[in-house]
Design a protein around this ligand. Structure first.
Ligand code: CUV
Ligand code: SF4
Length: 634
């Protein structure tokens, strides 16, 4: 049985069952009951004396064979999740920084600096002197300053940490000893200190986790900013979302994963090869659609329609009309290979560190990316001829989406109202209560939760209370698919005052229609855009991040990356709601640190609430509290 908020997917879930194909929901059912020790984080497999399990209730063991207690075991497991998340996001950034460096040195023809203004803004942000330097020199220095954050020996904070937060936040992080200097050594540090018989002090372990999570943040800043340099900074753009974007009359190619280095090239090359597809009988040519975060990247920059977010990725193949799925890294279900083999669909892996058995591996690197993208698209066109028309079933539903809300584009829009102080209109509206506050939704889908239900239910409640919503990652996918990212949604769901503000802003932006009530800021790494906006607001108001009426929420979190994001978001001072308890239930100490202790030290903290209506009410309460403290409520 499937479990999606959007029932238009049900026909494909039924189709899978008719064809005896297992989907993520079926595999979940077969996995039940899941291990209670694992769920609570009290299973340790760190050494070969184990696995050890702590008995959380009865009179069974209270310590592992080495003597590690539940707090140590839970904290170690948690920070290892953070290290994996940080490794994933920061490596994504490093790939882009390396590409930028090669562009500067003239070592690749396949990429170039597209957004010179952004490059110069970054140089200024990082205190790089640009006077009398060529674009290539500036590019090289920006790339090197970014790569330095992966390798610095001195104990000074990362460039992308010290230059992107408020001064007071940086001081708090420095005082606590977590102002990160080197992303990769923080991951090594976690792996080393959690080795058997090293750090056994849960609080010390968790502090190292906060520091490492900031590496995830720095990696995101690098990913977003350098991608904008190479591919352009997003501007508002109109597109569509949901499986209905798959076009029966086209060669359909899905790009899935995370890294725009791949998907941008596929989009470019597809444009060139339209004619070939038409010759093969596809009258609408080539139709590229996005899945997960790479989908968000090309939606924001290129207007490519977003077919699905995480949990329904398999259903894209079940439509029977997908010729190829091209994947890079992260959040790609290995099940795709088996499902593709039941259809004419070819699954292509493209990264040396992310192969899937059963898939066709065609590597895309800086040197060969254009050439190999052509090979992939050519194969997809051949596949079109093998499509079995009797197996095609494309749900009709798709919704209109206005995306592309980078911090720059928001500020540009606001400067049409106030050229001198572009943030003033937002601040005025927050102060007068037309906008009560802001919630940034991020993170994944999780098979344990009805797909997209928490996102949509919470959003409707918050919007009705005049709270503006920003979204990234699969949260943004949920809103894009379910008709919350267009002007109709403003009429339908925004409270009266918020509706007025969005209508005015839409008019000023020259859109003729209100802005959507949920602003699509991009992929997971683009959570950095949310921080940039928050920091700009905090600086304008002369406060720190923990004083803003701003809350983050990941109500359907799944990946280790979501754990590291949530941790740095709390570390920089924001309350973070999560829709399920991560595997920390076995250690009250860990729970206390992540909730109350963190709040005392840094202002940010975790709130766990599974029920979406209760969660929305809690966030409304927190926003009200923050407003009272700022002296602007009512
Ligand atoms: Ni990076 S991390 S399921 S694709 S948001 Fe989507 Fe977004 Fe989570 Fe993965
Ligand atoms: Fe057991 Fe300790 Fe080894 Fe973990 S590190 S498996 S608790 S003996």
């Amino acid at each position: 049985m499937g479990n999606c908020y959007d029932t238009s997917n049900n026909c494909l879930i039924n189709k899978a069952h008719d064809e005896n194909i297992d989907l993520v929901w079926d595999r979940y059912e077969k996995m039940k009951p899941q291990c209670g020790f694992g769920e609570m984080g009290i299973c340790c497999r760190i050494c070969l004396k184990g696995p050890c399990r702590i008995d959380p209730y009865g009179d069974g063991p209270k310590e592992g064979i080495c003597g590690a207690d539940a707090d140590t075991i839970v904290a170690r497991n948690l920070v290892r999740m953070i290290a994996s998340g940080t490794a994933s996001h920061s490596l994504h950034g490093k790939e882009i920084a390396k590409t930028l460096l090669h562009v500067a040195k003239g070592e690749t023809d396949n990429y170039k600096v597209k957004d010179i203004r952004k490059l110069k803004n970054i140089a200024e942000k990082l205190n790089i002197d640009t006077e009398g330097k060529t674009i290539n020199q500036i590019t090289e220095e920006v790339a090197m300053a970014s790569l330095m954050d992966y390798s610095r020996l001195e104990n000074t904070p990362c460039n992308w940490l010290s230059n992107t937060l408020t001064k007071s936040r940086l001081k708090k992080l420095t005082d606590l000893g977590v102002a990160l200097n080197n992303i990769e050594s923080s991951v090594t540090d976690i792996m080393s200190r959690t080795h058997m018989g090293t750090d056994a002090d849960a609080i010390n372990i968790l502090l190292a986790g906060l520091k490492c999570a900031l590496g995830d943040y720095v990696g995101m800043q690098i990913s977003t900013n350098l991608s904008d340099t190479l591919f352009g900074t997003p501007e508002p753009i109109i597109s569509e979302s949901n499986l209905g974007v798959i076009n029966e009359n086209a060669v359909n190619i899905a790009v899935h994963g995370h890294n725009p280095l791949l998907s941008e090239i596929i989009v470019d090359v597809a444009d060139e090869m339209e004619e070939e597809a038409i010759k093969a009988g596809a009258k609408d040519g080539i139709n590229i659609v996005g899945v997960c975060c790479t989908g968000n990247e090309v939606l924001l920059r290129r207007g490519i329609p977003l077919a699905t977010n995480f949990l329904s990725q398999e259903l894209a193949i079940l439509t029977g009309a997908l010729e190829a799925m091209v994947v890079d890294v992260q959040c790609i279900m290995p099940s795709l290979a088996k499902i593709a083999s039941c259809y004419h669909t070819e699954l292509f892996t493209t990264m040396p560190d992310a192969k899937i058995s059963g898939a066709t591996h065609i590597e895309l690197n800086e040197k060969n990316s254009v050439e190999n993208a052509r090979v992939i698209i050519k194969k997809a066109i051949e596949k079109y001829k093998m499509r079995d028309k009797n197996k095609v079933l494309i749900p009709k539903r798709k919704s209109k989406v206005i995306a592309g809300f980078s911090t720059e584009s928001i500020i540009k829009l606001l400067s049409k109202i106030d050229k001198e102080r572009p943030l003033k209109p937002i601040i005025d509206n927050i102060v007068n209560g037309n906008i009560k506050g802001v919630v940034l939704f991020a993170g994944c889908n999780n098979v344990k939760i009805m797909q997209d239900n928490n996102f949509v239910t919470m959003a409707k409640k918050l919007l009705d209370n005049n709270i503006l919503i920003l979204a990234t990652g699969c949260a943004a996918g949920a809103y894009a698919k379910n008709e919350l990212m267009n002007s109709e949604a403003t009429f339908k769901y925004a409270g009266e005052k918020l509706k007025e503000v969005l209508t005015l802003l839409g008019k000023e932006a020259g859109l003729d229609v209100p802005l959507p009530p949920v602003l699509h800021m991009g992929s997971c790494v683009d959570n950095s855009r949310g921080v940039d906006l928050a920091v700009a607001l905090a600086n304008e108001l002369g406060v720190d991040l923990d004083q803003l009426p701003l809350v983050a929420s990941a109500p359907e979190l799944m990946s280790e990356k979501a754990i590291s994001i949530g941790t740095w978001v709390a570390t920089i001072g924001l309350p973070v709601h999560i829709g399920m308890l991560p595997p920390v239930g076995g250690s009250q100490l860990t729970i206390d640190v992540l909730t109350s202790k963190l709040k005392e030290l840094l202002g940010g903290y975790f709130i766990v609430e599974e029920n979406p209506i209760k969660a929305a009410n809690k966030l409304i309460g927190i926003i009200k509290e923050k407003r009272v403290d700022l002296g602007i409520e009512p």
